[in-house]
Design a binder for this molecule. Structure first.
Ligand SMILES: *Cc1c(COP(=O)(O)O)cnc(C)c1O
Length: 341
């Protein structure tokens, strides 16, 4: 397979159209067989449920080339399970988990020429998503849906080296206590756009959201979970019903415990404790972990001891171990790596 002539190392995180995408439609209570198509456009009625009432959810994962030349994805079963939970919460039909994984595999395999080579730092981002596709004007769930999977090559996250982030405690809320913060719904992002642009305008990289009810506990950022390291080297991550269960974060906890022998705690984390932590990172598929160097709470600065020029030592070990597992340099726990080719 001849790879596309792409400057992998200098790719950004933007949409690059690839050759094939998977599409299946839900109608009269059933999914059709589905398959790969070449047309990258979606044609739907002007009154589609997704356009009027935002009935849509998505997943995000990566395919990449391992050291020994295989094309793989990381824990797609957890994406399939999470998408099922998102669909149920949005009154959307579930696309069966085994078929979800099969659709991902088919789409990646069909776009093999866009899977970046090992060592380039680039990956093929995979975006499964579903939306209500038939006309809905009175507020109710759609009766027809489309499930699609497309891919787009994305560049190395830490281009030009790791740069710890400066984040701020945000006065806007991301998710209500019994709302939709725990599912991967587009609506959670639409309402966070103002807050993130406002953060950027004020010179911050990201927002730290606190729990909406008491504003005392750490939740997450707009698109990544927090991971903290205590001064005695415990790994702590916030537990809450209104944060998105990050697959990266859940995997890092296993790595911390099983590979690095560290104590891990998943529990409520009060903002008052943050000043005492040694390291802080943001976990998600895009970066695996992005280190946080500084947290600003209405003018009051918390400077993490790990500083503004590199990852903290434990964050670095977690990062190196998980990326080593993903790239096939370190043996993975059973079932974590799905080989596509
Ligand atoms: C997708 C997402 C994450 C990261 O989850 P991963 O499975 O690790 O990619 C974290 N927070 C939010 C709000 C998300 O949408």
């Amino acid at each position: 397979m001849e790879k596309k002539n792409i400057d992998w190392a200098n790719l950004g995180f933007g949409y690059v159209q690839t050759d094939k995408r998977f599409v299946t439609n839900y109608k009269d209570g059933a999914w059709d067989e589905g398959g790969l198509i070449s047309d990258a456009t979606v044609t739907i009625t002007e009154c589609a449920g997704v356009l009027q009432y935002a009935q849509t959810c998505f997943e995000g994962m990566k395919a990449y080339t391992t050291e020994d030349g295989h094309i793989v994805t990381f824990r797609p079963d957890l994406n399939a399970e999470r998408m099922e939970n998102s669909c149920k919460r949005l009154e959307m039909p579930v696309y069966p988990q085994d078929k979800f994984i099969d659709a991902v595999v088919q789409t990646v395999a069909a776009n093999e020429a866009y899977v970046p080579p090992y060592g380039s730092g680039a990956t093929l981002y995979v975006r499964p998503y579903m939306f209500g596709s038939d006309a809905v004007i009175g507020v109710k769930p759609s009766s027809e849906y489309q499930f699609r999977v497309f891919t787009t090559p994305v560049g190395p996250y830490f281009k030009g080296g790791v740069k710890p982030l400066t984040i701020r405690v945000c006065d806007y809320d991301r998710a209500a206590p019994h709302g939709t913060g725990h599912i991967k719904a587009g609506l959670n992002y639409a309402m966070s756009l103002y807050a993130i642009m406002d953060a950027h305008r004020q010179g911050y990289d990201e927002n730290m959201y606190l729990d909406a009810a008491t504003r005392t506990k750490v939740e997450e950022t707009g698109g990544a979970n927090f991971l903290f390291v205590t001064k005695d080297n415990k790994v702590v991550t916030p537990k809450s019903n209104s944060i998105l269960p990050s697959i990266t974060r859940r995997s890092l906890l296993v790595v911390a415990k099983e590979y690095l022998g560290l104590e891990v705690e998943e529990r409520e984390v009060f903002f008052d404790e943050v000043k005492d932590f040694a390291e802080c990172g943001l976990c998600g598929t895009a970066a695996v972990i992005s280190p946080v160097g500084k947290i600003v709470d209405h003018g009051k600065e918390i400077c993490l001891p790990s500083g503004m020029s590199e990852m903290g030592p434990t964050t670095k070990k977690l990062y190196d171990t998980l990326t080593g597992i993903q790239m096939g340099r370190i043996e993975a726990p059973k079932g974590w790596i799905k080989v596509i080719k």
